[in-house]
Design a protein around this ligand. Structure first.
Ligand code: SF4
Length: 292
């Protein structure tokens, strides 16, 4: 029996950075410290932050005092304005890659381009990005939505940083029929792309695969969909406790991967649980090579 952990899995640069900024802020500030929304989409990490007295608020109107940390997903210009008006101190942990996407959208909006934003309408990153589009942005979640669109001379297309590359390509191809000139910007971040590649390679190479991470994490969900397309025997688990004997029945080669918001320890705990299930069998554990 073999266990393979994808090398490109777990916390990305933007998430690590946001967590470090939050901890540093807590040490420096005597007053109340909040995050606007959960800092990362992972229940264990959020519980840990609460223990450190860093609380998550969903509505900026709730804030009366203290410091608010903007998470890696970023926010819209209106949110910055509201916080300034309320005199709330802002610590901006927006991932620099998301900042770049926001700037690109603001630039395209200034040129009066129609901007197709391929992403999840309810995702905070998209809610922030659309705010930079000055009414020129249209959010699309799937290629079926292209059917009802009017034909147009020119469109710009960008993606949520954690978008599934396969879906992005499918929507761009569908848009070709409706658009004379497409300016396509592949804004899917490198961390996301390497995680998606590692996971799809791993899914082709094992008989059972576990995607570890928060069910509310967009990028972890994408990894699950990618793996499930290749390997139906893919399981999405939030913690090691959810691994059952049924899931491991007949498994000989088991892969594990996690999204950008999955703590490395969560993957390690899942490995330990699998190892203990197969404790009487020969095991090897290895880190999958990063695909180029
Ligand atoms: S997934 Fe990419 S863009 Fe999003 S926070 Fe991580 S590094 Fe930044």
């Amino acid at each position: 029996m073999e266990i393979i952990v994808a090398k490109n899995s777990g916390w990305c640069y933007g998430v690590r950075r946001a967590l470090d900024i939050a901890k540093e802020t807590r040490q420096k500030k005597a007053g109340k410290v909040f995050t606007f929304g959960d800092l990362i989409h992972n229940p264990q990490v959020i519980a840990d932050l609460r223990k450190q007295k860093i609380y998550s608020v969903e509505d900026l109107d709730e804030l009366k005092e203290g410091t608010v940390i903007i998470r890696s997903h970023g926010v819209s210009p209106d949110s910055y304005k509201l916080l300034e008006k309320k005199n709330i101190e802002i610590v901006d942990a927006t991932c620099p890659i998301v900042k770049k996407i926001q700037k690109l959208v603001a630039f395209l909006a200034e040129k009066k381009e129609e901007i197709i934003i391929i992403g999840n309408k309810e995702h905070p990153e998209i809610k922030g990005i659309i705010g930079f589009s000055r009414g020129k942005g249209i959010i699309m979640e799937n290629e079926a939505e292209v059917k009802d669109m009017p034909s147009k001379k020119r469109r710009a297309v960008i993606a949520q940083s954690t978008q599934d590359l396969y879906l992005f390509k499918k929507i761009v191809v569908a848009l070709i029929d409706k658009t004379e000139e497409i300016n396509m910007y592949n804004t899917i971040c490198h961390s996301t792309q390497t995680r998606q590649k590692s996971t799809s390679e791993l899914a082709s190479n094992v008989d059972t695969l576990f995607i570890v991470g928060g069910k509310n994490s967009s990028n972890t969900n994408k990894l699950y969909q990618i793996s499930k397309r290749i390997l139906p025997n893919t399981h999405f688990i939030e913690s090691a406790a959810q691994i059952t004997s049924e899931m491991l029945k007949g498994a000989r080669k088991i892969g594990l991967s996690g999204g950008a918001s999955t703590p490395p320890e969560a993957i390690q705990k899942a490995v330990t649980k699998i190892k203990s299930h197969f404790k009487h069998q020969f095991q090897t554990e290895k880190i999958a090579q990063c695909p180029r």
